[in-house]
Design a protein around this ligand. Structure first.
Ligand code: A2P
Length: 276
């Protein structure tokens, strides 16, 4: 009895004193520069699919080092998933890339964000435009039943430099198409609503080029057999680098779509992907 007590005392002393600590459950490395991981979900955390939270680790100075991360898992899931780049000299990701199951991370349970269904007016076709880790909020929304309840068609475009960088998204979409829970909820044919349009810019693949170029020259519409983007039917969510978001915004506005927000739903919404 005495011995047991001394063991638990010792582990209590060693336990890291992290505010809002969550336990790492699983880590997957996709490439030298991309990884995804799952952590425990605080019982009190409620969020809408597509939102982000601040997560991180204790910095060298003992203060929390936090960054915004989109939650890649859907709102109904017991665990929280995140998808991240690894920046070798990045203050957070240089350390975060080494986490292992059983480690703890900090998660500030205050979800926010504009890539949510509430920020869009009703429509028929929903576009998700992502580059790089900008895929993360769509990994959440693609597993959210409301996405298929609200729309007849869901087109996800993902542009990366190299083919291997598409793998996280490609696998996730394959899995969703075979998801029994979604099929039971939304009907066996729900997966026919998903149209996946991956492109690469610096490595040979079946579809090369920036999505912005392929939208402007009409290639996307010819490939998908649709007339174009119209404010009456089309809604869009955008997540990528600043330059990407800016360029897609211009294109969507040329098609007559207007940028919306939680307080004022319109035809498209934009959020910057986490970088660095
Ligand atoms: P590119 O290789 O032509 O720069 P990054 O790794 O720099 O964040 O880029 C991720 C992907 O997004 C790359 O394929 C990149 O294409 C593409 N990209 C970057 N900026 C833009 C932009 N302004 N418009 C369209 N695609 C972009």
């Amino acid at each position: 009895m005495t011995e047991m007590k001394s063991v638990s005392d010792a582990s209590a002393v060693k336990a890291p004193v992290l505010p809002n600590a969550q336990t790492v459950l699983d880590v997957k490395h996709w490439t030298d520069s991309l990884f995804s991981f799952k952590v425990s979900r605080p019982a009190s955390l409620r969020f809408r699919s597509g939102e982000f939270v601040m997560i991180g680790l204790l910095g060298d100075n003992g203060k929390p080092l936090l960054r915004a991360y989109s939650i890649a898992s859907p709102s109904w899931d017991d665990e929280l998933e995140f998808y991240s780049i690894k920046v070798q000299d990045g203050p957070l990701t240089s350390k975060l890339q080494h986490i292992k199951p059983g480690d703890q991370i900090i998660l500030r349970p205050k979800p926010v964000g504009t890539l949510v269904h509430d920020a869009l007016l009703p429509g028929k076709r929903l576009w998700f435009f992502a580059t790089g880790t900008g895929f993360a909020p769509f990994a959440s929304l693609l597993r959210e039943p409301q996405t298929y309840e609200d729309y007849d068609e869901v087109i996800i475009t993902h542009t990366c430099r190299e083919v291997a960088e598409l793998e996280y998204g490609r696998r996730l979409i394959d899995d969703i198409k075979q998801d029994e829970m979604l099929a039971e909820l939304m009907g066996a044919d729900f997966h026919k609503k998903i149209r996946y349009y991956p492109t690469t810019t610096r490595e040979e693949s079946p579809k090369m080029g920036r999505i912005t170029t392929l939208l402007k020259d009409g290639t996307v519409f010819r490939d998908l057999g649709i007339d174009g983007i119209a404010p009456e039917s089309d809604r869009a969510m955008v997540c990528g680098s600043l330059a990407f978001n800016h360029d897609i915004k211009d294109i969507l506005e040329e098609f007559g779509l207007r940028e919306g927000a939680n307080s004022e739903p319109k035809e498209f919404v934009i959020e910057k992907a986490f970088v660095g």
